[in-house]
Ligand binder design. Structure first.
Ligand code: FES
Length: 100
């Protein structure tokens, strides 16, 4: 396994997968690979995209994503302003495969 391989994101319960793309958010990376995740503002405030991190590490592209400390501790993330720092499993029941 190459260390330069892109991080792979797996969605539960659908089993869909996409790769973290350089500099894009998780939301944008998914869209670029024809997977739509719930979203609205795309800047970390509306919380429409909020989903649970099953496993893996993320980082945020903004300083204050709209989550409480408790929510973060419970594993909630905002994929519109987050990037994968490892392979991830995300719980996104409403993800849609745009490839049909
Ligand atoms: S789309 Fe609004 S917080 Fe992510």
């Amino acid at each position: 396994m190459s260390p330069d391989r892109p991080h792979l994101i797996q969605l539960q319960p659908s089993g869909m997968q996409f790769e973290q793309q350089n500099k894009l958010s998780l939301l944008q990376s998914a869209l670029a690979q024809s997977i739509r995740l719930p979203n609205s503002c795309r800047n970390g405030t509306c919380r429409t995209c909020m989903c649970k991190l099953g496993s893996g590490q993320i980082s945020y592209q903004i300083e204050w994503p709209g989550l409480t400390r408790e929510e973060k501790a419970e594993g909630w993330i905002l994929p519109c302003v987050a990037q994968a720092e490892s392979d991830l499993v995300l719980e996104v029941p409403d993800a849609v495969d745009l490839k049909g």
